[in-house]
Design a protein around this ligand. Structure first.
Ligand SMILES: O=P(O)(O)OC[C@H]1O[C@](O)(COP(=O)(O)O)[C@@H](O)[C@@H]1O
Ligand SMILES: [Mg+2]
Ligand SMILES: [Mg+2]
Length: 322
């Protein structure tokens, strides 16, 4: 079986980018191990701190963030890093050209109940010599990503990633401590009858989203003419992974709970990397009104409404917004 480094080399990834990706994986393997120890390692539960988004940090949010940050800041090819758990971007090496943003632990409300969580990462190239502690150098659209991926910590730990040449799935072989290729060229089915959305926010959605979900719920008798199933894991990584394997549509739309926020999910380390993966696997990804990867970020923690998954179903949701 092929190892991650062999696949990256075959895809023509240069040695510098390969080392950046490998360092992300060193941290992810450590996170996978810590998660598998759970209560035994005494690292479950919350800290007393909040992140810049005003969310209480779990102990594992902080530990995962430190693992990724420390290894990447020491990498000679990394200019800077940006994280959900860091208020500001952090400078690494002024000669490095890669910028890495990450959500160190996604779906963190699942940690204490022993359900799936993940790590999401995105890699951009610096376009000038701006230092990594100036967020301006990061503010590029998702189209500029040179690599994106996630690690899903579930019954097995999986890496799903792309460098723009399709999407590959690797499984962590804990015997050898390596991610090995277990599925090549993932393709999302174009049609689906399975949606994922947090229905408890229904009354706060825009009318377009309310209408689409109302129509889904009418099943065969409704305008969409099919009976839908629903899933909600509350972990975007697990949700996107299910969609990559069997199709589906995932939505975290704009809602009016806090009108100043464009959505719950963050553009640069949730929306963009997941959009690159989904598009590379033949799916689609939109805010409902434009492609997520065309949204120009204005800040490292910008939020974005997210609608992604099976191409034809995403097109239907976009049509409701026209
Ligand atoms: O708690 P809710 O509203 O169901 O939101 C769940 C969503 O929030 C997230 O957990 C946000 O990510 P973080 O856990 O990294 O903050 C997504 O993974 C998930 O899709
Ligand atoms: Mg997240
Ligand atoms: Mg997170």
């Amino acid at each position: 079986m092929k190892r991650l480094d062999q696949v990256l080399a075959a895809d023509g990834v240069n040695a510098e980018l390969e080392l950046v990706i490998k360092d992300v994986m060193v941290a992810c393997k450590d996170i996978a191990y810590k998660l598998s120890q759970g209560e035994l390692a005494g690292i479950l539960g919350a800290t007393e701190d909040e992140n810049v988004q005003g969310e209480t940090q779990k102990m594992l949010d902080v530990i995962s963030n430190d693992l990724l940050k420390d290894i990447l800041v020491a990498n000679p090819y990394v200019r800077g890093v940006g994280s959900e758990e860091e208020d500001y971007t952090i400078a690494a090496n002024s000669d490095g050209k890669y910028l890495v943003t990450f959500d160190p632990l996604d779906g963190s409300s699942n940690i204490d109940v022993n359900l799936s969580v993940g790590t999401i990462f995105s890699v951009l190239e610096a376009q000038d010599d701006t230092a990594g502690d100036n967020q301006e150098v990061f503010l590029q659209t998702g189209r500029k990503q040179v690599a994106a991926g996630y690690v899903l910590y579930g019954p097995s730990s999986l890496l799903v990633m792309t460098t723009g040449k399709g999407v590959n799935l690797f499984t962590l072989d804990t015997n050898i401590g390596e991610f090995v290729l277990t599925k090549e060229a993932l393709q999302i089915p174009e049609d689906t009858a399975e949606f994922a959305i947090n229905m408890s926010n229904q009354r706060f959605w825009e009318p377009e989203m309310k209408q689409y979900i109302d129509d889904c719920l009418q099943g065969e008798e409704g305008p969409l003419g099919k009976r839908y199933n629903m899933r909600w894991v509350a972990s975007m990584v697990a949700e996107v992974h299910r969609i990559l394997i069997r199709g589906g549509i995932f939505m975290y739309p704009y809602d009016s709970r806090d009108p100043s926020k464009a959505g719950k999910l963050r553009l640069m380390y949730e929306g963009n990397p997941m959009s690159m993966i989904v598009e590379q696997a033949g799916g689609a990804s939109s805010t409902g009104r434009m492609d997520i990867m065309d949204v120009q970020p204005e800040g490292i923690h910008d939020r974005v409404p997210v609608v992604l998954g099976s191409k034809n179903e995403v097109a239907k949701v976009v049509a409701y917004h026209k």
